[in-house]
Design a binder for this molecule. Structure first.
Ligand code: SF4
Ligand code: SF4
Length: 381
């Protein structure tokens, strides 16, 4: 027996009656220090799922759910039919690379789990129809755009989450290690874990439903029985195996409040929105002035539209959300005079890191003028 095959006391390993070299002892000590030591595959999955969820909440997300990563052929068929009907309007990027958008394994090779994160944005401010907009010569900016831009907020938190997960999991996944459950792939943070907000190649709403964060309402947004629909979504795709959550079912029932309330009949059938008719698309995505023939239906909206969500009975249970989305001064039902008086500097100040910035000063004021002109036309009739 060679000297380096004895343990530190110069003895053979008494437990296993085998003699370990120094390097084998080091490997064994390292392995025993890992969280996976002695766990079954199910225990490892449960512990990592709890870690992902706890870290997501610690990074400021409101809720988190997990779905099994897999291709979504049915969702792809629906998306292709929706695109073929032209319902996406000018949002041509939605037609790019449809197969990739419907298959997380094309986003992260070897993906096993999709983690879906929700960020609540409601506030105690009134709903669209609770303000005398016309009488007070005010307009409406969509509720989601009253505070900070959710892309910026979510991206910052997703970066924090990635660092937290990488730090926590690297000791157990960062090396080639043959544990009790078989070989574990090395953890390569950037390749095996990818997150995205809504401009990434993922169908967030579909994943949110699969991850148990709500059901797809007839207005196509995700609705939760206790939190309503006023939340943003982000996804994180990972090759780490996590426990999926169960979907919660559809509770729209016989309700048609959103279809009935939509001024433009943009919800052309339950669960199908024609974006070309949707006021959000008209006031945010469409370049140039709102066509005169559409102004009556666009009504008081200068950026987005909340009507179908405001009438949804499930939003009665919605609570004020993340402080990052709390309304900035002057953005809840702004006065048309104030919007039309903005100049480049005041617009940049008021809408810094806010979604309305995307529309630009000229676009916002075009919309504000359209609202004013429409009101003036109605008064003359
Ligand atoms: S956002 Fe407004 S226009 Fe679009 S579907 Fe909802 S109610 Fe209709
Ligand atoms: S308004 Fe009614 S039909 Fe529309 S999403 Fe809400 S519950 Fe469903």
């Amino acid at each position: 027996m060679a000297a380096d095959e004895h343990n530190e006391d110069g003895q053979a390993d008494a437990d296993n009656l085998v003699v370990l070299s120094k390097s084998a002892r080091r490997r064994r000590t390292r392995a025993r220090a890992l969280a996976t030591w002695g766990e079954t595959a199910e225990q490892t999955r449960a512990r990592r799922t709890a870690l992902f969820k706890a870290q997501a909440l610690a990074c400021g997300f409101s809720r988190v759910g997990v779905a099994r990563a897999q291709a979504l052929p049915q969702a792809q068929a629906h998306l292709e039919a929706w695109l073929a009907a032209g319902h996406h309007g000018t949002m041509t990027w939605l037609a790019d690379d449809v197969a990739r958008r419907c298959d997380p394994l094309r986003v992260v090779p070897g993906a096993q789990s999709v983690v879906v994160l929700a960020l609540d944005y409601d506030s105690a401010a009134p709903r669209t129809r609770e303000v005398a907009l016309q009488a007070e010569d005010r307009a409406w900016i969509s509720r989601y755009a009253w505070g900070d831009d959710y892309h910026l907020v979510a991206e910052k938190r997703l970066k924090q989450l990635e660092i937290a997960l990488t730090t926590a999991l690297k000791p157990e996944l960062g090396e080639h290690f043959r544990g009790p459950g078989g070989p574990i792939q090395p953890f390569k943070a950037l390749r095996d874990l990818r997150w995205m907000v809504d401009h990434g190649p993922m169908l967030e709403r579909e994943w949110a439903v699969r991850a148990g964060l709500g059901w797809r309402g007839k207005h196509t947004l995700v609705v939760h029985p206790r939190h309503g629909s006023l939340f943003f979504l982000a996804c994180l795709v990972t090759s780490i195996d996590l426990e999926p959550d169960a979907p919660i079912g559809d509770f729209c029932g016989s309700c048609t409040a959103c279809l009935d309330a939509c001024p433009t009949q943009a919800i052309v059938a339950p669960y199908i929105v024609d974006a070309r008719r949707c006021i959000s698309h008209t006031t945010i995505e469409t370049l140039g002035e709102i066509p005169v023939q559409e102004r009556q239906l666009v009504g008081d909206q200068v950026f987005g539209c909340d009507i179908c969500q405001d009438v949804c009975p499930w939003n009665r249970f919605s609570q004020p959300g993340d402080p990052a989305f709390a309304p900035r001064p002057g953005l809840v039902a702004p006065r048309l005079d104030d919007l039309l008086a903005l100049d480049a500097d005041s617009f940049a100040r008021q809408f810094a890191q806010n979604p309305v910035k995307r529309r630009g000063l000229a676009g916002l004021q075009d919309n504000a003028r359209a609202v004013r002109e429409q009101r003036s036309t109605l008064r003359k009739q």
